[in-house]
Write a protein that binds this ligand. Structure first.
Ligand SMILES: Cc1cc2nc3c(=O)[nH]c(=O)nc-3n(C[C@H](O)[C@H](O)[C@H](O)COP(=O)(O)OP(=O)(O)OC[C@H]3O[C@@H](n4cnc5c(N)ncnc54)[C@H](O)[C@@H]3O)c2cc1C
Length: 506
């Protein structure tokens, strides 16, 4: 069943090995680099656990009947996808779309994996049983699972086994009767220091000889040998919540994750030394579409937030009535509406697969993903353009308001009609943290790369667009005339397959 934020926080006190700034972290729930983000995640759990949100956030567990988070639901219809969206959006609104790897992200992948046990069974029925069982376990215990599915860059020209050491990229080092031993690292685990379990796999295409990396498994964060090396903490560096309201609350602390001979019992292994199944788990199951559908609902929420923020600043500055400013605001809003529209279109064009699972429309999903890497920087640019130097003409910290001599100048020169100096500074510091701070810069990189490098995403788009019906349309045009002119008067659309609302996958 759903758990409270307090229960989530308690679960993190498990002797996990997390390092930051040269030291091992005693307790992530109290360490300044992590504590506020833990609180933000705890708040998500409280929202889902609140009885007044039960219909929005939960569904009945198929095994226990207890309310469990909708992100773990295997959607069977367009309506299910819409219900899922409602829950995901509610969470995203509470972080303003700024926590990309909230618990509903990997929960979506797990639901999709479990919806297609046949694919895991290709390696042996026990692997299918393992993924179904773990999905149920994570769902019924409301676990926060993050993932690390990309190897470190090191030298991408060489496969894992041709690197200077064959155990640089996380993979199997030893097979035992009771499980496997994993050694190596993965590039980045967003939120891993804050989560309960981590999923290890590889989404990059694996080459022959990389069978040891062709795995999918889960480990608890306190597994012996698992080390989480956090990047610099933006929350820890934030001088105050007033000065850095977003960095201080929503820093997901992306980390290098090292598996130093981590033992994984067989029951936690879903794919074992099989390159084809490792890839199929993402692209043949609905995992890549369901997981990224969650990511895009979050992204749409973030753009909605940025749109509101920018309009408010334009109104504060007295520029909102100027036609060019309205044009730029309209352009930002248009980007937000397009992303939202493509999310909704994924439901309208969902496909019911052979397992009876509703898969979000692929063309719309990959279109959104493809545009995201250029759309987000473009939106940031427009927000900056409308904010001007106000983002920089800000007091050094909230302490300035405590000094009467400084405060007097701020009250006189850093204010706007109807807004006190504190209110103006508060709004602009929020905007700076959204578009200009180190936290914001990390978000820029995140939105460009979280779903894979842009060149790869374009390949997904290529593979998932309905080129066949597009080419039939061209064919019908070509058949309509020849050297002598029009051949036949065709009713509009004749011979062109029309797309249904909800299709069945062949
Ligand atoms: C903020 C952030 C958070 C992340 N969180 C997670 C996480 O939680 N879990 C996780 O598993 N991963 C995470 N990642 C990693 C993410 O999945 C990868 O960054 C992404 O898959 C791209 O891989 P890469 O960074 O190795 O880029 P690369 O593959 O090295 O690509 C970098 C650039 O090199 C060029 N390039 C490389 N190869 C080619 C090629 N074959 N053809 C043409 N051009 C090429 C392109 O210009 C490309 O944009 C995160 C990344 C970021 C930035």
């Amino acid at each position: 069943m759903t758990r409270s934020g307090a229960a989530y926080v308690e679960g993190l006190r498990d002797a996990r090995t997390v390092f930051i700034d040269g030291e091992r972290v005693d307790d992530v729930t109290t360490h300044p680099a992590f504590a506020n983000s833990v609180r933000s995640i705890a708040r998500l759990y409280d929202i889902a656990d609140d009885p007044s949100n039960r219909d929005l956030m939960t569904f009945g567990s198929p095994t226990t009947g207890d309310p469990v988070n909708r992100a773990f639901m295997i959607p069977r219809s367009r309506e299910d996808l819409a219900l899922r969206r409602g829950a995901i959006r509610r969470w995203a609104e509470s972080t303003f779309g700024l926590m990309g790897r909230s618990p509903d992200h990997v929960a979506s992948f797990l639901a999709a994996f479990a919806s297609a046990p046949d694919i895991f069974a290709r390696g042996g029925q026990q692997f299918a049983d393992n993924i179904v069982r773990f999905h149920e376990y994570a769902r019924d215990n409301d676990l926060y699972v993050t993932y690390t599915i990309v190897p470190p860059q090191i030298d991408r020209s060489k496969p894992a086994h041709e690197q200077a050491d064959p155990h640089l990229y996380a993979g199997v080092r030893e097979e035992r009767d009771d499980g496997i031993v994993v050694k190596g690292a993965q590039m980045l685990g967003t939120g891993s220091a804050l989560s309960d379990w981590i999923l290890l796999s590889c989404i990059h295409p694996l080459r022959e000889g990389e069978e040891n990396q062709a795995i999918s498994l889960v480990v608890p964060l306190n597994a012996p040998g698992l080390r989480v090396h956090s990047r610099r903490s933006y929350a820890g560096a934030a001088s105050s919540m007033f000065d850095y309201p977003l960095s201080s609350q929503f820093d997901e602390t992306d980390s290098l994750v090292v598996f130093d001979d981590v033992f994984v019992p067989w029951e936690h292994v879903f794919v074992y030394r099989d390159r084809a199944i490792t890839r199929s788990q993402f692209f043949e199951t609905p995992a890549h579409t369901l997981g990224n559908n969650q990511a895009q609902i979050r992204f749409a929420t973030k753009l909605h937030f940025l749109t509101g923020l920018t309009r408010r600043i334009a109104e504060m500055n007295g520029t909102a009535a100027l036609p060019p400013v309205q044009g730029t605001l309209g352009e930002i809003a248009g980007h937000a509406a397009m992303v939202e529209g493509l999310v909704l279109a994924q439901e309208a064009h969902c496909e019911i697969d052979g397992n009876g699972v509703a898969r979000p429309g692929r063309a719309e999903l990959y279109a959104n993903m493809m545009f995201q890497s250029s759309l987000y920087p473009a939106v940031l640019q427009m927000v900056r353009e409308l904010c001007g130097g106000g983002l920089i003409q800000l007091p050094s910290s909230r302490e300035d308001f405590g000094n009467p001599e400084i405060a007097a100048d701020l009250e006189r020169y850093v204010q706007s009609p109807g807004m006190s100096s504190v209110e103006r500074v508060k709004l602009l510091k929020l905007a700076w943290d959204a578009v200009g701070s180190e936290f914001a810069s990390r978000h820029h990189q995140y939105e460009m790369f979280y779903a894979g490098a842009p060149f790869l995403v374009k390949g997904h788009m290529f593979r998932n667009y309905d080129f066949a019906s597009a080419q039939e349309l061209v064919e019908s045009a070509l058949q309509g005339y020849d050297l002598d002119g029009r051949i036949d008067a065709m009713p509009p659309g004749a011979g062109v397959p029309q797309r249904g609302d909800v299709g069945a996958m062949s």
